[in-house]
Design a protein around this ligand. Structure first.
Ligand code: PLP
Length: 387
């Protein structure tokens, strides 16, 4: 099998599992316990926090461990907006982009349904980019928070985060970015990016599912969403997933140490694969930005097919990929992300996303390009039924 669905999830790296193993077995303590086992767990958790902080270029106290990217996004969007509204009830608008992951979008909609917020959606251009002008047009004196993703999970487009965050800062508005897909592939130094909050998920990086991080700058106030024993400096109660935190920290540090080299290698492979698909499949359209895109994502529409049928045919040929985001898999509705790029609904339904992890090889992608040509050809002639 050639696995080209790494944007959905990745296998746990051996080094990560080895780092986690002691915390799941002999050193299984609860970090809040006052005996030596608890102390060992607290020490491991503190070390994991320092490792994450080193990669992000922030202080350990600015790192909150969560149950994943979704919770990190929820905590940022709801927690920061609610804290600002509590301080000043006039701050009752949140700004998101038109291509956010549901973890951000639905958090904003929740604020709208239950807390009197309005949601301003910044449009994107046909490559999926938010421009500074478009953001500037929706920022107002009532804006409590801006949340714009670093890189898109469906088309891989990378946003000019430093420029957008600087604009929000000029207007005195805190800026959150969902870096779940970007981490490991792009620099995530929060000072260079100039963001106030940033989300990461472990399972996109070679750590297990169910662990994430939210960075929140300095004294930025965040209303907790999970109440209880006050762990994570009161930001996120619940006994900490110590092994998960250690796994995430290990995976993030490994990815970061090799980031520039890997990004360059995989970008080269990605561009070769894109060229082979565009060359070999008549009418194929690359979606997202042609250059400012994740090294790891090649996404297409194949007009005259159904994306689901192409996936099925590709899987029969040993290539596993997805029609867009794993969250929307199996849904017949065209992807809101592709519609936001101005792609016709009928064409959006023919989308297929190939996403790579760092182990991808030339041979994998050569074989995948041949399989894509065959799969699209057979769906066009036979109309292979969808799932
Ligand atoms: N944000 C983005 C951009 C994602 O791609 C994902 C997962 O697909 C998430 C958030 C949610 O992360 P998690 O699966 O850790 O909850």
């Amino acid at each position: 099998m050639i696995f080209l669905d790494a944007a959905a999830t990745t296998p746990v790296r051996r080094e990560v599992l080895e780092a986690m193993w002691p915390l799941l077995t002999g050193e299984f303590g609860n970090p809040s316990s006052h005996h030596s086992l608890g102390g060992a767990a607290a020490t491991a958790l503190a070390a994991a926090r320092r490792t994450v902080a080193n990669v992000l270029g922030c202080r350990p106290g600015e790192v909150t461990f969560t149950s994943g990217g979704t919770e990190a996004d929820n905590l940022a969007v709801k927690g920061m907006a609610l804290a600002r509204q509590a301080a000043d009830p006039a701050l009752n608008r949140v700004v998101i982009s038109a291509v956010e992951h549901p973890a951000v979008e639905e958090s904003a909609r929740y604020l709208e349904r239950f807390h009197g917020f309005s949601v301003d959606v910044v449009p994107v251009d046909s490559t999926g980019r938010v421009t500074a002008e478009a953001l500037s047009a929706v920022l107002g004196p009532e804006t409590a928070l801006v949340s714009i993703m670093y890189a898109n999970n469906e088309v891989g487009t990378v946003q000019p985060i430093a420029e957008l965050a600087a604009l929000a800062r000029e207007r005195g508005v805190p800026f959150h970015t969902d870096a779940v897909q970007a981490a490991g592939w792009l620099p995530v130094d929060v000072k260079t990016l100039g963001v106030d909050a940033l989300s990461i998920s472990g399972h996109k990086l070679g750590a297990p599912k169910g662990c994430g991080v939210l960075f929140v700058r300095g004294r930025t106030r965040v209303e907790p969403l999970v109440h209880g024993g006050g762990q994570e400096r009161g930001r996120r109660s619940g006994t900490e997933n110590v092994a998960g935190a250690v796994g995430l920290a290990t995976a993030l540090a490994l990815a970061h140490a090799d980031q520039a080299r890997l990004a360059e290698r995989v970008t080269r492979l990605r561009d070769g694969f894109i060229a082979a698909v565009l060359d070999g499949v008549s009418g194929a359209v690359l979606t997202g930005h042609p250059v400012d895109r994740l090294p790891s994502v090649a996404s297409f529409c194949f007009p005259g097919t159904s994306g689901e049928s192409v996936l099925l045919e590709l899987e029969r040929q040993g290539v596993v990929c997805s029609s867009g985001s794993a969250c929307a898999a199996g849904s017949d509705a065209p992807s809101p992300v592709l519609l936001a790029l101005g792609i016709e609904a009928e064409v959006a339904q023919t989308a297929v996303r190939f996403s790579f992890d760092s182990s991808v090889t030339d041979a994998d992608l050569d074989a995948a390009a041949v399989a894509v040509r065959a799969a699209v050809g057979s769906v066009r002639t036979l109309g292979v039924p969808g799932r």
